[in-house]
Design a protein around this ligand. Structure first.
Ligand code: SAM
Length: 516
């Protein structure tokens, strides 16, 4: 079933978009052009453009947000979904876009809206809807079983962005959307899904007033983890009227400077009074003529997040890796969680990690505190290691903090020494008499042996959660390559699975070697 929006209009037109951008005061570098890329559009340089030059500058009045849309402001509904407040801007923007799409040519944003993808973007959240994603979606979801994408979807559902939550939200609001000339009756759910997918794949955080919005032209840039540019916008505007310079809503400090602008140097404040508030894309490195200009969408976008939020699987694979929840390791026993929380708070885990001085350690310290993960380099996070020691090895005999810290540190040192010696033997077996110490021979100490077995067990269990977990990575490539050409969703899902399975298996191999 179709969403029924902009049906009967000619296909997206670059000329109409360009005329609309001109009318709205957008400044576009004369050496860039819209080009075909990834089943859609992207932006390319026609000549070399230097670092620091502008790609585009879009007045905030041309940003489509719940503030610039004519949809009356909605109030936050009472809801049983925890955390929906944080996602209210996304849902509100989705409704605003739906309203503007329902206005069709009567929307002041029509010249922009007509340029957006017309078909519903098949994000995994819609894959279970048979009439939308069909058999490809159903089978694709099976391939996502046990992957980070499945966990990410569950997390989004818990904060109000799953399919059921979207349905409940739209069910509540659809009757309150104003009738329009072209859509006198409420639009079907697919129409809201379409608007939501546009937000998920192309909205930016704008500022305190607009919160999130669609930024015409800037949203044409495709993503890379080695981008040329990223969107810049002054965020600290007045949250009531959106003004960047001082306004009547401001609370002033003793020097009559608005508190929100205290950090801004006086000459910059003066410039703000005289210029139009815009969002900007400036080149952070130069780009050669003919090259596509890449944007940066967010930190930590790996396969799974990229698929769940943007509907594609890139080549970057650069997020937090494979993750666990604390309850996966410690169960529901609150006493283990207390001990673990105490170890984090007292900095013991960080100290333990700081003491390890080997090349390419098996256990590493991730940027995010408390992250339980296997990183893309195949490193177990120090937090995961600690949780395994506390919850799976010491079991009922959890000793005091000092003793526990010693057990963990000794065990980690033994593991890293052994791994290092294995590496040394593996790479330079002929060199004799250079084994680093006697502790690198013979069986591991009982506690360390147990820790290693538990980590192996954790990784093996994760592998069994996959759909058809008996398949080897080579089998998966074969399955992917023999899929019919229209099985796009399954193909993406299998790629996510292949990357995660390969990472788990190579990590597992290193830990099994410790027992060999
Ligand atoms: C902000 S839009 C970029 C413009 C979009 N290509 C268009 O035609 O309108 C983001 C969407 O572009 C596509 N995209 C962006 N970067 C990509 C990449 N590296 N690989 C594949 N698709 C990408 C995805 O469909 C994504 O949801």
């Amino acid at each position: 079933m179709s969403h029924g929006l902009l049906s009967g209009h000619p296909p997206p037109s670059i000329e109409i978009l360009q005329a609309w951008l001109d009318d709205h005061g957008a400044v576009i570098n004369s050496h860039v052009e819209i080009t075909e890329s990834f089943d859609g559009w992207g932006i390319r340089a026609t000549e070399t453009i230097d670092e620091g030059d502008l790609v585009c500058m879009i007045p905030k009045t041309a940003v489509l947000s719940h503030r610039t849309s004519s949809l009356p402001l909605l109030t936050l509904p009472p809801t049983s979904v925890d955390g929906i407040e944080a996602h209210w801007p996304i849902l509100q923007l989705s409704l605003a876009i739906l309203h503007e799409l329902r206005l069709e040519v009567d929307s002041p944003f029509f010249g922009y809206l007509q340029s957006l993808p017309r078909d519903l973007i098949l994000l995994p959240v819609f894959w279970s809807v048979e009439k939308i994603a069909g058999e490809d979606g159903r089978l694709g979801l099976l391939w996502l079983k046990g992957t980070e994408a499945e966990r990410d979807m569950a997390r989004r559902s818990s904060i109000g962005l799953g399919l059921n939550e979207l349905n409940t939200f739209y069910q509540t609001h659809r009757l309150h959307l104003p009738s329009t000339k072209y859509h006198p009756s409420p639009s079907p759910f697919e129409a809201f899904y379409h608007a939501f997918a546009l937000v998920s794949t192309r909205a930016f955080v704008i500022d305190l007033y607009h919160t999130v919005g669609l930024c015409p032209f800037a949203d044409l840039l495709n993503h890379s983890s080695t981008p040329h540019t990223q969107l810049a916008s002054d965020k600290d505007v007045c949250h009531i009227c959106g003004s960047l310079p001082s306004c009547k809503h401001d609370i002033l400090n003793a020097n009559d400077v608005p508190r929100r602008l205290e950090q801004v140097p006086p000459h910059t404040r003066k410039i703000m009074e005289e210029t139009i508030d815009c969002v900007e894309l400036k080149l952070e490195r130069s780009v050669r003529g003919g090259e596509e200009i890449w944007n940066w969408y967010d930190d930590n976008i790996g396969d799974a997040r990229s698929l769940v939020e943007w509907g594609f699987v890139g080549e970057d694979f650069a997020d937090e890796g494979i993750t666990w929840e604390l309850s996966d390791i410690l169960g529901t026993d609150i006493s283990f969680k207390r001990v673990y929380a105490g170890m984090i708070a007292s900095g013991v885990i960080k100290d333990m990690m700081d003491n390890i001085d080997v090349e390419d350690p098996l256990v590493g310290l991730p940027d995010r505190m408390g992250l339980l993960s296997v990183s893309h380099e195949g490193q177990i996070s120090g937090y995961l290691f600690a949780a395994v020691v506390i919850g799976r090895v010491l079991l009922d005999e959890v000793p005091g903090h000092t003793e526990l810290a010693e057990v963990m540190r000794d065990s980690l040192e033994e593991i890293e020494r052994r791994a290092n010696a294995n590496e040394f033997r593996g790479t330079d077996a002929e060199m004799s008499g250079q084994t680093k110490s006697n502790t690198n021979k013979g069986p591991l100490s009982p506690i360390t042996g147990q820790v290693v077995k538990e980590i192996i067990n954790l990784l093996e269990t994760r592998l069994t959660k996959f759909h058809h977990s008996e398949h080897q990575v080579e089998d998966l490539y074969t399955i992917r390559d023999t899929l019919s050409s229209d099985a796009k969703l399954q193909r993406m899902a299998i790629m996510v699975r292949i990357h995660e399975q390969s990472l788990l298996e190579s990590t597992l191999h290193k830990w099994r070697e410790l027992l060999a």
